[in-house]
Design a protein around this ligand. Sequence first.
Ligand SMILES: Cc1cc2nc3c(=O)[nH]c(=O)nc-3n(C[C@H](O)[C@H](O)[C@H](O)COP(=O)(O)OP(=O)(O)OC[C@H]3O[C@@H](n4cnc5c(N)ncnc54)[C@H](O)[C@@H]3O)c2cc1C
Length: 448
Amino acid sequence: MQEADIVVVGGGLSGLYAALTLRDAGRSVIVLEARERVGGLTYSPLSKVLGSRVDLGGQWAAPRHQRMSRLIARYRVPLVKQFIDGQRACLQDKDTYFGPMGTVPGLSAKETEEYGSGIKRLYDAMDGLAENPWESQDAARLDSMTFASWIDQVAMSERPRASFFRMPGAYYGALAEEISALELLHKLRSCGGPLWMSDANEGGQSRHMMGSQLVSEGIAAELGDAVHTSSPVRAISWSADSATVRSDSIAVRCKRVICATSPAMISQVAFDPPLPAPRRLLHQRFANGRNTKAAIIYERPFWRDRGLNGNIIATDGSLTATYDLGGEAPRYGILIALFTGRPAYQIDALTPEMRRTKVLGLLAQALGPEATQPLEYMDQVWANEEWSGGASSPFLLPGAMTTIGADLRSACGPIHWAGTHMSSEFRGYMEGALAAGEAAANRVLAEK
Ligand SMILES: Cc1cc2nc3c(=O)[nH]c(=O)nc-3n(C[C@H](O)[C@H](O)[C@H](O)COP(=O)(O)OP(=O)(O)OC[C@H]3O[C@@H](n4cnc5c(N)ncnc54)[C@H](O)[C@@H]3O)c2cc1C
């Protein structure tokens, strides 16, 4: 049996950053990661055509994401300004509309005005929340409804209303019909609000990495042989001040444990004694959403010839969005396509070959027939991933935040919690994962 001060369960960004923080403070740490790779929801396979990495998980990181920005610089991860010169396309059934970024091409002036009023209502609701959302004046009411019920209170016609329904999917993979309104509003607030989050000019989508997994790999390299991959944790036995963590490859006795996986994954670990009821109930009330991402490489960015910037959205719910990742002067055409929330349910039901045909068909509707002839196509269905069970971020169901949300960060004896869903800033994002990892490490360090 090995020994360490702290065992971290999960080698995603949150667990790795917790381990780095503890190691830098002089503690001995062991990280146990189930997959054969580190990075969790940051996953950047090699593109054979590009000869470099492409991201099928987290990717955009703005300067406001301070921890992430420091690590990007530290590990020299390629960072590219989002290309947005030209018009975006919007799919509506068989039709395609074109217009400037920041607008929804094809919406009438009345629909655009209704959408704007809805956004104002959303910001008013977000701004009224307390830092601990369960302490907000309106907490009980907002937590008693799904975001779909919240939308019902705003007078909007069909298409602006549908845009609001897609919001939880776009940002967290969730359906409006399942996520607590309080949870969604708090998540959006913690991430800077939807207007900033989706702003590809100056905001949350203004810069993207080409290889976000390089950050996780960089931290893992610093931690060296303290990181064990292919080592899924199956059991944790614990007392007031120590624990033994058993994975498929190793058993470690330690003083503290930080669990940095999604709650759905933690529920598969056998705890002895069992976790206290509030904690178990909390884990059961976190759901995972759906998020499927494709990367498509072309000989050249042919859409730019027609004044298009490669950004496609859809008011018919066929896809969430596509983006041109080539930057200013690309050698190849590089697109990524996102299917999140309800569009992911549709695409995930297809075979890999049918998925490819479907994605290329949608691209061709907006960009022209050349879109059906890529040099390379890759995709990742996150719902099929054994050690994630969905993406892009665990979210709470109605009623949970106001009843057991206050237990979110409490330790259970020697067991502490991390993961992006635990963060009070940029919750659901890579920056949130780092912040939650750092906070968990600091809570451990603050103990005697
Ligand atoms: C398609 C997609 C697009 C995204 N886009 C963005 C974006 O542009 N910008 C952004 O900031 N964020 C984005 N995100 C979200 C971001 O990637 C995540 O919030 C972040 O990476 C989560 O990190 P984490 O460490 O909290 O969790 P995870 O990455 O889920 O890490 C948990 C780790 O625990 C491991 N594990 C699970 N069970 C066990 C076990 N029993 N034993 C040992 N290990 C276990 C898992 O294998 C995993 O490695 C995106 C996510 C996806 C999927």
